[in-house]
Design a binder for this molecule. Structure first.
Ligand SMILES: [Cu+2]
Length: 131
């Protein structure tokens, strides 16, 4: 009878482990079916940071890969700017500074500043190149 509490504990532990295993199995199935039906924008394999200052972006070109989900992160280094790329449904600013996009076609897309930031606003542009 000395061993009974230990035995009960073991059984309880097994039940907990079994329950955990079942949950993760279901989760895996859900993820698999999600991948088949549509591209999930929640996860990105790559990350690109775009920095803006008065009055330019930190790069003239930003390179993305077709078919690879990418997280775009926007940072203001000076002034108040944003980015806008209508063809990629990309629009970011200080408040909404991160977005996962899924480039489906190759090409060069013009990125402009999304916020009227002052005298240099119209000069603020760069290219998003999907290849
Ligand atoms: Cu601007």
């Amino acid at each position: 009878m000395k061993n009974t509490p230990l035995l009960l504990l073991s059984i309880a532990l097994l039940l907990v482990l079994a329950a955990c295993g079942g949950n993760s199995g279901n989760g895996g199935n859900a993820t698999d079916s999600g991948k088949e039906s549509a591209v999930s924008p929640a996860t990105a394999d790559e990350k690109v940071v775009i920095k803006a200052s008065n009055f330019s972006f930190d790069q003239k070109e930003y390179h993305l890969k077709k078919g690879v989900p990418v997280q775009i992160v926007f940072e203001n280094e000076s002034g108040h700017h944003g980015v806008l790329v209508p063809e990629l449904n990309l629009q970011l600013d200080e408040k909404s500074n991160s977005q996962v996009i899924f480039p489906e076609q190759t090409g060069t897309f013009r990125m402009t500043c999304a916020i009227f930031c002052g005298s240099g606003h119209s000069q603020m542009s760069a290219d998003i190149i999907v290849e």
